[in-house]
Design a protein around this ligand. Structure first.
Ligand code: ZN
Length: 106
C-alpha cells in the first residue's frame, strides 16, 4: 500500500508544481492588468500614491504570498500584492482569480 501513497504524493507534487508554474506571471504583465482594471485610481489610504506590484524575491515575476486555511492541513489561499508607492498601503488579489482574468481576452 505504500506504493499507492508514494504515487499519490508524486501526483500531488506534480499538481502543485503545475499550479505554481501557472501562477508565476511576469511582474509587468500583472502591473498592466491592474492598471487596466483601476484606471487612474490612487491609493485608498494616502490618496496620492499609486499601487505597484510586489516583485518575487528572484525578480522578474510577480511576488506571491500564501495564507493557510485554518484547520485544513496543506490548504491555503494564494495572493498577489500591490503596495502604494508613497505610504506602503497594500492590496491583495486572489492569485487564481487574477490569473484567470488575465487570460481572458481584453
Ligand atoms: Zn498610499
Amino acid at each position: 500500500m505504500s506504493g499507492d501513497t508514494e504515487e499519490n504524493d508524486q501526483k500531488r507534487d506534480e499538481e502543485f508544481e503545475s499550479q505554481v508554474k501557472r501562477l508565476q506571471v511576469p511582474r509587468d504583465a500583472l502591473q498592466g492588468f491592474l492598471d487596466r482594471l483601476r484606471g487612474d485610481l490612487k491609493c485608498s489610504f494616502c490618496t496620492t500614491g499609486t499601487y505597484e506590484v510586489a516583485p518575487a524575491p528572484s525578480g522578474g515575476t510577480a511576488g506571491m504570498l500564501s495564507c493557510p486555511v485554518p484547520h485544513i492541513k496543506g490548504l491555503g489561499a494564494w495572493f498577489y500584492s500591490a503596495s502604494c508607492s508613497d505610504c506602503g498601503n497594500t492590496q491583495f488579489f486572489l492569485a487564481n482569480r487574477a490569473r484567470r482574468l488575465m487570460s481572458e481576452p481584453h
